[in-house]
Design a protein around this ligand. Structure first.
Ligand code: CP
Ligand code: NVA
Length: 330
């Protein structure tokens, strides 16, 4: 039977089957080919979408804006300061208002519960542009990039180093289990993903002939990896005070030349971005001054190396977000 995602929300990948995720990846490839060939695809002409951001963004916002316009839609962007949401109007009320005017709603914010509530009341598809728990649009871009670079997904050894219980660690573990990649979280125990989610992912992984491994041992975690992935050590919404302890905890899990050398020869390096690989950002410079650390989750050497595919990954955000909007709105 054909896959039909029309009218669906896109809140977390646990809600999607392997076949549905596969369908979105194939659709993304088609859109990427069309964009590259200059073939117009204004399939959703006349529709309008709204983008709600309670946290900052470069890639996600720009991907939704460009993809929306490429599909022929009108796009409204609302930042944290310019709507009534949360302060003067509840999420259910906001959802019911926006659902009357727009055909789809993107939401980036704090708890997963907020985006789930928005979806419950909106009456139109809601897309999760990142919450504290999950970042599902990033997952499609990451999987598309791996498939482009390595030619396959099934059986790929995927290692995530760093804060493995944040939105990225959680989402990557889910998508790997769904698509048959062997997922390893290489992190200190305190930052392992929640047991309940690990158990759920192990069940899914069993169905797809792959494994979920948690290890504190960097050597074990990186040996034979096809992909080494990391994310910033302190996520949006976390207080500045956690930097000091996080740096101490995660320094051994920095992706550096030694970690890459331990992986397979043709392994790739991935990062959702933004990244602290030098001191050319305000926070990067502050951290260097305060703690004497000039590179954090990844060294500049690895970030700038041939093995690094981070900008292909960033471009793929746009093609994959286009696929999600088209599939759910058509
Ligand atoms: N990777 C990602 O979501 O980037 P932004 O925070 O810039 O959207
Ligand atoms: N874990 C990061 C991801 C940024 C795309 C954050 O939530 O800030």
């Amino acid at each position: 039977m054909g896959i039909n995602l029309s009218g669906r929300n896109y809140l977390k990948l646990l809600d999607y089957t392997t076949e549905e995720i596969r369908y979105l990846l194939d659709l993304s490839k088609n859109f990427k080919d069309m964009k590259r060939a200059g073939v117009p695809h204004r399939y959703l002409e006349g529709k309008n979408i709204v983008l709600l951001f309670e946290k900052t963004s470069t890639r996600t916002r720009c991907s939704f804006e460009v993809a929306g316009r490429d599909l022929g839609m009108g796009v409204t962007y609302l930042d944290p300061g310019s709507s009534q949401m949360g302060k003067k109007e509840s999420i259910p009320d906001t959802a019911r208002v926006l659902g009357r005017m727009y055909d789809g709603i993107e939401y980036r914010g704090f708890s997963q519960e907020l985006v789930e509530t928005l979806a419950e009341y909106a009456g139109v598809p809601v897309w999760n542009g990142l919450t504290d728990e999950f970042h599902p649009t990033q997952m499609l871009a990451d999987m598309l990039t791996i498939e482009e670079k390595l030619g396959r997904l099934k059986g790929v050894n995927f290692t995530y180093m760093g804060d493995a219980r944040n939105n990225m660690g959680n989402s990557l573990m889910v998508v790997c289990a769904k698509l048959g990649l062997n997922f390893t979280a290489c992190a200190p125990k305190e930052l392992f993903p929640a047991e309940e989610l690990v158990a759920k992912c192990r069940e899914i992984a069993k169905e797809n002939d792959c494994t979920i491994t948690l290890t504190e041992d960097v050597k074990e975690g990186t040996t034979n990896a096809d992909v080494i992935y990391t994310d910033i050590w302190v996520s949006m919404g976390e207080p500045d005070e956690v930097w000091e302890s996080r740096i101490k905890m995660l320094k051994p899990y920095q992706v550096n030349a030694a970690a890459m050398a331990n992986a397979k020869k043709d392994a790739i390096f991935m990062h959702c971005l933004p990244s602290f690989h030098d001191t050319k950002t305000t926070i990067g410079a502050e951290i260097a001054k305060k703690f004497g650390v000039t590179e954090m989750e990844v060294t500049d050497e690895v970030f700038e190396s041939k093995q690094s595919v981070v900008f292909d990954e960033a471009e793929n955000r746009m093609h994959t977000i286009k696929a999600v909007m088209y599939a759910t709105l058509k």
